[in-house]
Design a protein. Structure first.
Length: 166
């Protein structure tokens, strides 16, 4: 079983938890997920340029600047520049989540494989994760129905009386 290294860049804990659960579900049975989280743009850029991650998920509008800066917010344009720099050095696919709708095309042009909106559906993220990691669709085994002793007796009796009944 392969280990999937995930870089998750976002400051919102609820979204991080949801994303991590979705990625783990998408990779279930195919690989273990090791998640590295960051909420700062400088750490995102530093970690993302290393070629050690299999998948990068970023919320471009939900990152904070490095501590030396006076502002408390990172613009989407700055996140776009970071994505471009990461894509020059890393082959890991990038998925943008919680992205403002107006920046979907810009995120794709910057190198993101997909851009999911602010209120994305977990199923859509799972589909994208499976697509970029090339994880095959899981086929669930049919559930066996256990018969009670009486039902098994009736089924056997039915087979004797009416041939071809199953």
């Amino acid at each position: 079983m392969k280990a999937v290294k995930l870089l998750l860049a976002n400051f919102e804990r609820r979204t991080n938890n949801l994303v991590e659960v979705v990625v783990r579900d998408a990779c279930f049975g195919h690989g273990l997920v090791e998640c590295v989280r960051t909420n700062r743009i400088d750490e995102f850029l530093l970690l993302g340029t290393r070629d050690e991650f299999d998948l990068i998920i970023v919320a471009p509008d939900h990152l904070v600047p490095e501590p030396s800066r006076k502002t408390g917010h990172v613009s989407v344009d700055e996140s776009l520049r970071a994505i471009r720099r990461i894509k020059r050095k890393s082959t890991a696919p990038i998925i943008a989540v919680c992205a403002p709708k107006a920046f979907d095309l810009a995120l794709i042009e910057a190198g993101a494989e997909a851009a999911l909106g602010l209120f994305f559906k977990p199923e859509a993220l799972e589909l994208e994760v499976r697509r970029v990691l090339k994880v095959p669709e899981q086929v669930e085994a049919p559930t066996q129905v256990r018969l009670s002793l009486g039902a098994a007796f009736l089924r056997g009796l039915q087979r004797l009386i009416i041939p071809g009944t199953q």
